[in-house]
Design a protein around this ligand. Structure first.
Ligand code: MG
Length: 388
């Protein structure tokens, strides 16, 4: 970080304190930046100055240099994705040695005031989530995420420390899954936007992936984990609702730091599951995507929906609605025969709940029933607009 910094043509290194001139110059990438400084400054103090700077003071190349250094410092060189990497950040394009097999790519953009608000989403969590939603799409294919490319737009008066926190969130999640961040772009814009593209590959040796179009009548419908936490968490933060500490922690994490079900998706492919989708729009909406693609109907039992405990205890009669229509839970919804489903259940550490079955009915039609098999009126559970 501090190499390449110079003052009066002296390069800073080590922990020495230096007598500083009135103006201090340092270089990131091709950009030289000048700062007025106090007369004496340690490298630690210097670091503090850089991180309290605005992005505009650092300049685009300075910002790229800072982020590239953060990323390369955090790389797990032993991860398979790094071993295949030929050229990472710093050239005109990244390059890696591709295995024969099925490759996957997905991209998602998060725009300020459309997909998130800075008032309720801290920068670290914003970084985490912007990568997590892409990893979740690779998980829903049963694949292994390998590389990420990040395009970032921020207003010039954004604090460098905030951008650093954003990248730390992405880096921490990337490391967990052995994902190498291999490039991207930065530019100035009136609001923040983050576009992440993730590349991956099918883990299965025959290149099999999970699709939305392979559900067949008689398949059970199941979901991983619990639902409703993300939308309840967003509402809690938006409206500044107060709950007990455990509930607040659960809801906050569900909304801001979802855990993509990467290992679970791969396990499903291995055990013979063919159909899955990640729950981003909402359970009913995403189930409808599966039914439309597979040209089948579905019968869902309302009482079986795994509503997150903090949602059930704090949102009373709206709990089911949040679990059905809230979205952004990034759990996996999948369909499989009873036999395969039992194997998946036995192998996965996370909860797996059967919520209904695929039926031959009108393609895309979803019927919801109560425990006795009686119809549940859609209006009561707030998903009617998904079922028209
Ligand atoms: Mg998806």
């Amino acid at each position: 970080m501090l190499s390449g910094l110079s003052a009066n043509n002296k390069t800073l290194n080590g922990n020495d304190t230096f007598l500083m001139p009135q103006f201090y110059h340092f270089q990131y990438g091709r950009q030289w930046v000048s700062l007025a400084t106090p007369p004496a400054l340690s490298p630690y103090a210097l670091r503090a100055i850089i991180f309290t700077m605005k992005v505009s003071a650092l300049g685009e190349f300075g910002l790229i240099g800072l982020l590239a250094e953060m990323i390369s410092g955090a790389q797990d060189k032993g991860a398979a994705s790094y071993r295949k990497l030929v050229i990472g950040i710093g050239d005109d394009a990244a390059a890696w040695k591709c295995d024969a097999g099925t490759q996957l790519v997905t991209t998602d953009s998060l725009f300020q005031d459309v997909h998130f608000r800075l008032e309720t989403t801290p920068w670290y969590e914003l970084g985490w989530k912007s990568l997590a939603v892409n990893l979740s799409d690779i998980a829903a294919m049963g694949g292994a995420p390998e590389y990420a490319v990040i395009s970032l737009a921020v207003p010039p008066d954004t604090e460098v420390e905030d951008v650093r926190a954003l990248y730390q969130g992405m880096i921490d999640l990337a490391q967990r899954f052995g994902v190498a961040i291999i490039g991207g772009d930065t530019c100035r814009a009136p609001l923040v936007s983050i576009t992440v593209t993730v590349l991956g590959s099918a883990k299965d040796k025959d290149g099999k992936v999970l699709t939305r179009s392979a559900a067949r009548p008689g398949d059970k419908i199941a979901v991983t984990g619990a639902l409703g936490g993300a939308s309840a968490g967003m509402e809690m933060l938006d409206k500044k609702l107060k709950f007990d500490a455990e509930s607040e922690g659960q809801l906050r994490k569900a909304f801001l730091q979802p855990e993509p079900r990467v290992a679970e998706g791969q396990c499903m492919v291995r055990l013979g599951v063919k159909t899955a989708i990640d729950i981003s729009d909402g359970l009913m909406s995403d189930l409808k995507h599966v039914c439309d693609s597979s040209k089948v109907g579905a019968r869902v039992e309302a009482d079986r929906i795994p509503v997150a405990s903090a949602v059930r205890s704090n949102f009373a009669e709206r709990a089911l609605e949040l679990a059905l229509a809230g979205g952004e839970d990034y759990e996996l919804l999948f369909t499989a025969s009873g036999e395969i489903l039992d194997k998946v259940k036995a192998e996965l550490a996370c909860p797996v709940t059967v919520i209904g079955e695929i039926v031959a009915g009108e393609p895309g039609s979803i019927v919801m029933v109560d425990a006795r098999g009686g119809p549940v009126r859609p209006g009561k559970v707030g998903w009617e607009h998904f079922n028209e």
